[in-house]
Every structure is written in C-alpha cells, then in structure tokens.
Design a binder for this molecule. Sequence first.
Ligand SMILES: C[S@@+](CC[C@H](N)C(=O)[O-])C[C@H]1O[C@@H](n2cnc3c(N)ncnc32)[C@H](O)[C@@H]1O
Length: 299
Amino acid sequence: MHQPVLVQEVLKYLSPQPGEVVIDATIGLGGHSELFLEKIQPNGRLIGIDLDKESLFQTQTRLNSFLTTGKEIGSIDLFCDNFVNIGKILERLRQKGVDIIFLDLGISSYQLETSHRGFSFLKEAILDMRMSLDNPLTAQEVINKYSLDNLIKIFRFYGEERFSKHIAQRIITYRKRKKITSTIQLAEIVKSAVHYKGQRIHPATRVFQAIRIEVNKELDNLKGFLERIVRYLNPRARVGIISFHSLEDRLVKESFRNYQKQGPLEIITKKPIVASLKEKRENPASRSAKLRVAMRKNI
Ligand SMILES: C[S@@+](CC[C@H](N)C(=O)[O-])C[C@H]1O[C@@H](n2cnc3c(N)ncnc32)[C@H](O)[C@@H]1O
C-alpha cells in the first residue's frame, strides 16, 4: 500500500475547508484525497486525476467505501487523464474555479512494487515504465532505439548520473548483440558499467529514474501544468506541489516566483517543506519530498 507523504504539512498549508472544491491531480491510491474528503464535508467536491488506470480502479473502490459512511459528500469525480488537461476536465464538469489544486509527483509505491509495470530494478519484468498504458513510448524503446548522445543526455540531466557516458556506451555495445528487454538485464548492465564504492543506493537507481522521466515526459507535463494553473484558481485558492527531484522543484519554485512577481500568486512556503526525521525514518519515500504552496490573490 502506498503511504502518502507530508500528510500533516499538506493539510496545514492547503487547509481544506467544508464545501470547498479540491482537485487531486495525481490522486494515485487516494491517500491524500481521503484526508481532503474528511475536511471538505459537508458538500465538498473532490476531482481526482491520474494517468494510471490500475491505480484509479483501486482508488475508486477505496473512495466508494468512503461514500457509504453516511457523510454528506458533495461529489467525487475521477478521471484517467493527464493533469495538463485540467481545463478540459473542468469544462466537462462545468466547474469554473477550484479552491485547492494538489500535485504529488512521481510514482506511487504501488506502481513501483507492481512488477509487471517494469519500474523497479529489483523485480524481473519487461522494461515498460509507462504510467499511462496508452503511452506509445516504453522504456524498452528508449533503451534500444535512442542514440548514444540522447542516452547520455537523459542519464545526466534527469538522473544526475556521474557515469552517464560509461553506462550509455555499455548499453549501446550490449544492444548490438542482444535486445535489452528486462529490468534486471538493464540493472546488471548498469552495474557492470559503474564503479561506485560503498554507496548506499543501488547503482541503477538514477538510470531508472531518468528513463521513467523520459518515458512519461514528466518535466514537460509539469511545465504545461504550471503554465495554465492560475486561470483555474478561485480567489484565495491554494496550489500545493510535492516534488521528488531537484529539476521538478526548480520548475515549481521559479514558476511560483514569477507568478508572485507578476501578481496573481502569493508564495505561502518561503522555503520548501520537507519531511520530519521521524517520517523520513518511517517512510523512505518521503526522504526527497519537497512541498511548495502558493495562494491565488484576492483579485
Ligand atoms: C506519488 S503518486 C501519488 C500518490 C497519492 N498522493 C496517494 O496518496 O496515493 C503520483 C501519481 O501521479 C500520477 N501521475 C504522474 N504524472 C501524472 C500526470 N501528468 N497526470 C496525471 N497523473 C500523473 C502517477 O501515475 C501516480 O499515480
């Protein structure tokens, strides 16, 4: 089960109130949404979005059981879609503005641990890594078709991997003999190309992260979202984003700063909010989490 991160902090800074409209645009397994639902009753509206059909199916069941608790739920609407399409979704719902938009980026531990999705270098699976099964680009395509330069760029930029060139060269040499089709096969190739001494993380961690970001166009999606966000916020609405990667965090920070300079948003978290030592110990997924929150000015 996915354990949601920074729960108390999200509730504190986003402060969901009875009757409010909340979009959880990366609803995943619904961990944060369940808490939002508690706070926005009576008559609150929750709109959940996720690219991942399998996760949404589970979330639907989880939130349905919430609906039977007898509380006065306004409405819950779930969409299998990309969060860049928030505008179209709101149009379909005839919902003009919202009070909270929340993003908890990356993948859930459910996705990581479901072996057939191919996100984990610890579990034998076909190299896939797509959040949306409609995405035509898979990790296998990236690894077997991308040029040497492209692979180096991806590993360096998205993975901040020191041995990008070595790893990319090793992949190119290997794939001339044999197609790279499985997670463990790729993890072994990466391991054979790097010489990390006594490090705590698995040598394939950064490469897998980089491929995942490329396959799912994660930074492009975040940029697209940030460009559109302000027009959907009611006066005094809050937008909160949890990121797990310095590139994502930088995009959020710069976008919030620009909006603050231009006028429509006020930054609520001067510095990013990070997990307490206790949470970091108990939930390793929270270790790199950074939450930033901004508020739509009352104009
Ligand atoms: C860290 S998980 C969210 C977990 C959730 N907060 C919970 O408590 O269960 C991130 C989720 O975002 C989804 N996701 C990532 N990028 C997306 C995008 N561009 N549009 C919609 N969903 C996306 C992933 O499929 C994943 O389920």
